[in-house]
Design a protein around this ligand. Structure first.
Ligand SMILES: Nc1ncnc2c1ncn2[C@@H]1O[C@H](COP(=O)(O)OP(=O)(O)O)[C@@H](O)[C@H]1O
Ligand SMILES: [Mg+2]
Length: 248
């Protein structure tokens, strides 16, 4: 139910990054994308990471969601340090814990909507019938009941992002991670997608981590992390949103 979430400070930290740096080698020069980041994301949070282009948002999101290994520091997923975890074990735990939504949708072009949404379930070893049933249910939930058999090139940008959201939900993950989810959408489709992300948080209690360079978009979250030059400039509680569904 909205407004009944556990916001206790001792609630479970799903993703934790400790003293993270990330340096990219560019020929002979080095780019210091992250310079000592500490960030914990608790179950049930709605956090946005905002900052100008090049401030390290995508790098931070990729590191904290275990897609990218940091240059130094440790990342914990559900309390487990990932540095010594073999790639296949990390892929399994990440696949069960996190659903990903990207700016460019990242759908597989030759697969239809049902097949795209089914893919994460295939990686988790779920049988075909169950995969299809889940995919169809989720596509109906995002309003694409009539488009299930369409391939990405037969869908609009907004529809592709809805497929991507359904795919992110397929394994019923704790956390939805979204990197500039409306970056390639017109404002009307963007508003629909952001509304869906809000619903996942307020109605389904999903933890949301959303990267954006747009203030308006960032303001939808309950916590706003401001990045500047690879460092956390400010970690803000967005009282307007926190109050939105508060009890009493
Ligand atoms: N694969 C890469 N190789 C080299 N430099 C990179 C790479 N990815 C990002 N960078 C650099 O790291 C910095 C942070 O990039 P990024 O995390 O993409 O920022 P943002 O998402 O805020 O725009 C930028 O200076 C960018 O050019
Ligand atoms: Mg980025």
């Amino acid at each position: 139910m909205p407004g009944t979430k556990n916001r206790n400070s001792d609630s479970e930290t799903v993703l934790l990054a400790k003293n993270i740096t990330k340096t990219y080698a560019m020929g002979k020069t080095q780019v210091h994308a992250l310079c000592g980041i500490d960030l914990g994301i608790r179950k049930g949070e709605y956090i946005s990471i905002m900052g100008p282009s090049g401030s390290g948002k995508t790098t931070l999101l990729d590191v904290i969601s275990c897609l990218l290994r940091p240059s130094s520091g440790e990342v914990y997923i559900k309390g487990k340090p990932i540095s010594k975890m073999p790639d296949n074990e990390l892929a399994q735990i990440r696949g069960r814990t996190i659903g990903f939504v990207f700016q460019t949708f990242n759908l597989i072009p030759r697969l239809n909507a049902v097949e795209n949404v089914s893919l994460p379930l295939w990686f988790q070893g779920i049988p075909k019938e169950k995969r299809e049933e889940t995919a169809k249910r989720l596509l109906a939930q995002v309003g694409l009941a009539e488009r299930m058999m369409h391939r990405p090139d037969e869908l609009s940008g907004g529809q592709m992002q809805k497929v991507a959201i359904a795919r992110a939900l397929a394994v019923n993950p704790d956390v939805i991670v979204a990197d500039e989810p409306t970056g390639n959408l017109d404002s009307a489709s963007g508003e629909i997608v952001l509304g869906m992300i809000d619903d996942l948080h307020y109605n389904e209690n999903k933890t949301i981590v959303m990267v954006t360079h747009e203030r308006d978009v960032a303001q939808r979250a309950e916590r706003i992390l401001h990045l500047k030059d690879g460092e956390i400039a400010r970690d803000e509680r967005n009282h307007k949103r926190l109050g939105k569904y508060a009890k009493g």
